[in-house]
Design a protein around this ligand. Structure first.
Ligand SMILES: Nc1ncnc2c1ncn2[C@@H]1O[C@H](COP(=O)(O)OP(=O)(O)OP(=O)(O)O)[C@@H](O)[C@H]1O
Length: 255
């Protein structure tokens, strides 16, 4: 069991704020890394607001337990997933205190992941109990931080970065999400949340900038119907594959 754990690398995907696209990025990164040859699994550690079963289209499936450990749920993209969303009824609120949430996270990570070599962990937003448990019990190999470009989100993203720093988890880099909206009617490009702020913040924090994902209705629609854009090949898939290539290069440089 120890050997299995040692070989498997954990990559955390975090954000300072909620709703900035962390779950969207994690699912698409998982698909893109799998295309690059990694055996990828995904833990939805967003215990209070799990969204991966919807994004990866396996909502309603239940994991079974074997030898008191969970067996991850398959998705059509070849990515096994474990999420609280598979364990509680959809729409049901969880009112757990930190230690319970931490224990739930442990069960999701310490599961029968089989030949998975790269486990992506979609963290809840912020810097609370679940994140601390994750960093203390299962030190990730690295972390990807996602933020929208506006100042408030960036301040929180920097705070999330500090959490990883303190835990000596290297930040692989920063991703800017929801920059650049092309109006479907007139084609005009606008930036509701600003643009370029994450890249500037990355420079200031001396962290790599991994890429920029546009604000696009098709990304939201694809996520809602369990078809993440990275499973296609079009322009919307490209930024996710570019980001995955950088993460892949970073992983390669560690070994
Ligand atoms: N680039 C994008 N373009 C359009 N919609 C997006 C984009 N990124 C994310 N979304 C949508 O924004 C919403 C929030 O995204 P997501 O759930 O990935 O964020 P999150 O940071 O994981 O949120 P939470 O705080 O709930 O964990 C979702 O409806 C998602 O489909």
């Amino acid at each position: 069991m120890t050997a299995e754990r040692r070989q498997r690398r954990l990559i955390a995907v975090g954000s300072g704020k909620g709703g900035v696209g962390k779950s969207t990025l994690t699912a698409n990164l998982a698909i893109a890394l799998a295309r690059l040859g990694h055996k990828v699994g995904l833990v939805d550690a967003d215990i209070y607001g799990p969204s991966q079963p919807v994004i990866l289209g396996n909502q309603g499936k239940k994991p079974i337990a074997r030898d008191e450990k969970l067996v991850p749920v398959e998705s059509e993209f070849g990515i096994p997933v474990l999420s609280m969303g598979h364990l509680v009824e959809p729409g049901r609120a969880l009112a757990w205190r930190g230690p319970m949430a931490g224990n739930a996270l442990t069960q999701l990570i310490d599961a029968h992941w089989g030949d998975v070599d790269t486990l992506l962990v979609d963290l809840p937003p912020g810097t609370g109990d679940v994140q601390l448990t994750m960093l203390q019990r299962f030190k990730p190999m690295g972390a990807v931080l996602v933020s929208t470009p506006q100042d408030l989100a960036l301040i929180d993203a920097a705070r999330a970065g500090q959490l990883f720093d303190q835990a000596e988890v290297p930040v692989i880099g920063l991703v800017e999400n929801m920059a650049g909206y092309v109006c479907p009617h007139c084609g005009e490009l606008s930036d509701p949340f600003g643009r370029g702020g994450v890249e500037t913040a990355a420079e200031r924090l001396e962290l790599p900038f991994l890429g920029r994902i546009p604000l696009d209705l098709a990304i939201r629609e694809g996520s809602d119907r369990g078809q993440p854009p990275a499973c296609g090949t079009g322009a919307l898939a490209a930024p996710f594959h570019d980001i995955a290539a950088k993460v892949d290069a970073w992983i390669g440089a560690q070994s």
